[in-house]
Design a protein around this ligand. Structure first.
Ligand code: SF4
Ligand code: SF4
Length: 442
């Protein structure tokens, strides 16, 4: 049987509303089947710690084969997977339509969903993935200051590690004293200029992270739209996109959040808006994950078709001849990391492409998983592994005396800057949207 990769990979929808999806024996059998293929292949050994965990289990089993691994140890592999999708997207020659039908992330997700349904998920994990509820609480001004102070306090962090199992060394994003949506600038009344590739008006899905942690990213995006005379609105009603709950295997919560988010987004899509979110994982949720969970849902499909990464939108806008290029300020040496959830969107390196349009800018792109994921890398049991996975990225980002350390994923950027330690001391962490705004001098 020949290897795949000659045809475009196809992704099968997840049959998660079918009881058979949660049949433990069937999941175990499917895990064993896929592990068998991976054991014979081993291409993904350096992608993350899930594969080394699997191969170590096999190599220390009495038979030296997957059948010698105790099925309860399969869980150890599942726990190391943070669903970045890189094995599926970049390595595996056996993905569908290859008849071996290897979709490693999907079988991991199925196993996580079984675990979640059995209630085998820690309170810590339920809490960390409730980004909206946590954000609402922690972003109350006095609470935000207290939470931020506690996050920087060694004794408080040791206590948090003991109780919540959040690693005390992990640098956590601060909560902002002012939420994004309440301080977002109104759009000026500009005419709608549709292009061949881009709608001429934009709806912003702010995301929990921008709303509560880094509202500056949202303000930068609005300033860039305003400078390019693109009218915009904020989506009037939004909840978490559901990605953290998906990664936990909590598919019911994903469905609940989808019911809040998708109807207003679908309305905007049908009214001709491009929908932009500044966080790649959230964009991916609407572009890929929800369509795979809700195949045939016309609203989900409308949202999928209208959803853009901001840099994808601006680059396409440029192709339409509708992007201003009146850049005023060189950006110097930018070490740019393209996060997994941007790569999975299959849109090419749009951020690099646009930043390189700014004269006096050199972008060095690092295209490798940094190993944090949304919540995985903060957990006490995975922190060391997340730093280990990130090490080659930290090294590559520090090379060439960069002025800036940048990633579309603000969580990855913080993790990378932390992992770089004292290397490249003059390089500041900055989001690409802020860099582009600097380039325009606005
Ligand atoms: S999805 Fe990512 S974390 Fe999971 S096994 Fe594949 S490469 Fe590793
Ligand atoms: S996921 Fe595919 S490429 Fe990776 S080890 Fe398994 S079979 Fe090989």
């Amino acid at each position: 049987m020949r290897e795949g990769s000659l045809e475009a990979p196809t992704r099968h929808p997840l049959d998660w509303r079918n009881e058979a999806f949660y049949d433990e024996a069937a999941v175990e059998k499917e895990l064993g089947r896929i592990f068998e293929i991976c054991h014979g292949c081993r291409r993904c050994v350096n992608l993350c710690t899930a594969f080394p965990t699997l191969f170590d289990l096999v190599d220390s089993s009495p038979t030296l084969e997957v059948d010698g691994v105790a099925p309860q140890d399969f869980r150890k592999v599942v726990d190391q997977c943070y669903l970045c999708d890189m094995c599926y997207m970049t390595k595996c020659p056996y993905v569908p339509p290859h008849p071996w039908n290897v979709d490693f992330p999907h079988v991991m997700l199925r196993a996580k969903a079984v675990k979640f349904r059995k209630g085998q998920v820690a309170l810590r994990d339920r809490l960390l993935t409730s980004t909206d509820a946590l954000g609402k609480l922690a972003a109350i001004p006095v609470v935000a200051q207290t939470v931020n102070a506690l996050n920087r306090n060694g004794a408080a962090r040791s206590a948090m590690q003991g109780v919540l199992k959040v690693h005390k060394a992990r640098e956590l994003p601060p909560y902002a004293p002012q939420r994004f949506r309440s301080h977002a600038a109104q759009a000026a009344a500009s005419p709608v200029r549709n292009g061949a590739n881009t709608p001429g008006k934009v709806a912003i899905f702010s995301t929990c992270y921008v709303e509560y942690n880094e509202p500056g990213m949202g303000h930068d995006l609005l300033a860039l739209l305003a400078h390019n005379e693109i009218p915009y609105v904020l989506v009037e009603k939004e909840a978490c996109c559901g990605m953290p709950k998906l990664e936990l295997g909590d598919l019911k919560s994903v469905a609940r959040l989808k019911e809040i988010n998708v109807p207003p987004l679908a309305r905007l899509a049908r009214e001709g808006y491009a929908i932009l979110t500044a966080v790649p994982s959230c964009t991916l949720m609407f572009k890929q994950e929800l369509p795979l969970l809700f195949p045939g849902d016309a609203d989900v499909k409308a949202v999928q078709d209208a959803m853009f990464d901001p840099f994808e939108y601006f680059v396409l806008r440029n192709r339409d001849g509708l992007l201003k290029k009146d850049f005023k300020q060189p950006l110097g040496n930018v070490s740019y990391h393209i996060p997994c959830h941007a790569r999975v969107q299959n849109m090419g390196q749009k951020t690099r492409e646009l930043l390189e349009m700014v004269p006096g800018t050199k972008v060095t792109t690092v295209e490798r998983c940094a190993g944090h994921d949304g919540t995985w890398g903060v957990k006490v049991e995975y922190y060391e592994n997340s730093m280990k996975i990130g090490r080659p990225v930290f090294r590559a980002m520090a090379a060439g005396e960069p002025d800036w350390i940048s990633s579309d994923c603000p969580i990855a950027a913080r993790h990378i800057r932390q992992g770089m330690g004292g290397e490249a001391p003059k390089a500041q962490k900055i989001h690409p949207l802020a860099l582009l705004r600097q380039g325009y001098g606005i």
